[in-house]
Design a protein around this ligand. Structure first.
Ligand code: GUN
Length: 299
């Protein structure tokens, strides 16, 4: 079987077109969704993420307040900026690019964000609401994964799903979303991690394998059954002297071997990646609607 490639760029583009139309409607009512972005330091990956987020906002018609601060910015200065954004009615969502420098208590700064503007879905208030199945901002990457599965027509109800990776940003929230008693959940979920005795024993039985371990070749063809659906959340830089920048991006799965066995698979790049920013735009537009009392926030 040759797998069907799940085109993340196309799905992201479809959602962004829907969002653009919603933003136009809101603007006609005098509401412009706004995103406040904070980047501290000069980490190249963080700069490229934040630049992409700003560009995506502009394309969708969302106002973006881009704050790029020096690495020596103090925790107190950051907290003051978050407080200012919390009070600014033009800003419906706040995004603090992680990681923050070591001298800053990341949790303290994330906790200072008004949960009603927490479009990253990292505030414990939103995490707790998500776990109990209340309406909440869902973290962007796992929400993007769920949207990709749904929009590709993949059945979640009753599916055996194995997630490899237990991060706070992907593995843990994704497992919680997929077990919800909901038409877009209802799966049986196993979370594997670095202390799992035999990851292959779990993945071989899975209808859907989601790799979010941050390590190339974590999932190989021998570890999955025929017809499996594979979602690759990994983004790893591999040295490649044939490339101008000296590296290429690979995911966490052996794409070439698994695509011969799977029914669906996501590529890297062009799979989950474009979905993360898209769901950030989605949450920002939702927040603007909620603040202006016309929302149907997930679920
Ligand atoms: N750093 C890596 N991924 C993310 C993300 O999804 N949100 C934020 N704020 N920072 C990140």
């Amino acid at each position: 079987m040759a797998a069907q490639i799940i085109d993340g760029k196309q799905i992201a583009s479809d959602i962004r077109t829907e969002l653009k139309a919603e933003v136009q409607l809101l603007k006609r009512k005098g509401i412009t969704p706004g995103l406040g972005v904070i980047l501290v330091g000069i980490d190249p990956a963080s700069i490229s993420y934040v630049t992409a987020k700003g560009k995506a906002c502009e394309e969708a018609g969302i106002y973006s307040d881009d704050n790029r601060l020096p690495v020596e910015t103090s925790e107190a200065e950051l907290l003051a900026l978050v407080d200012k954004m919390n009070k600014n009615p033009k800003i419906h969502g706040i995004l603090i690019q992680l990681p923050l420098p070591k001298h800053v208590d990341e949790q303290k700064v994330l906790l200072a964000i008004d949960p009603a503007k927490d479009v990253d879905g990292f505030h414990p208030m939103n995490v707790g609401k998500m776990v109990v199945g209340d309406k909440a901002f869902l973290p962007c990457t796992p929400h993007g994964v769920v949207q990709m599965l749904i929009r590709s027509g993949i059945k979640l109800d009753g599916a055996e799903i194995v997630i490899v990776g237990r991060s706070n940003i992907v593995g843990k929230p994704l497992a919680n979303m997929l077990i919800q008693k909901s038409p877009v959940g209802n799966a049986t979920v196993t979370v594997c991690h670095t202390r799992t005795k035999d990851i292959a024993w779990h993945t071989r039985n899975a209808d859907i394998v989601i790799a979010a371990a941050g390590r190339p070749n974590t999932v190989t063809a021998e570890m999955v059954k025929d017809g499996v659906v594979v979602i690759d959340v990994g983004v790893n830089r591999i040295d490649d002297s044939t490339k101008k920048n000296g590296f290429r991006l690979v995911g966490d799965v052996d794409f070439e071997a698994i695509k011969k066995k799977a029914s669906y698979i996501t590529p890297v790049p062009g799979g989950v990646g474009p979905m993360t920013i898209t769901m950030l735009l989605y949450n920002t537009v939702e927040s603007a609607k909620i603040m202006n009392k016309k929302s149907s926030m997930t679920p």
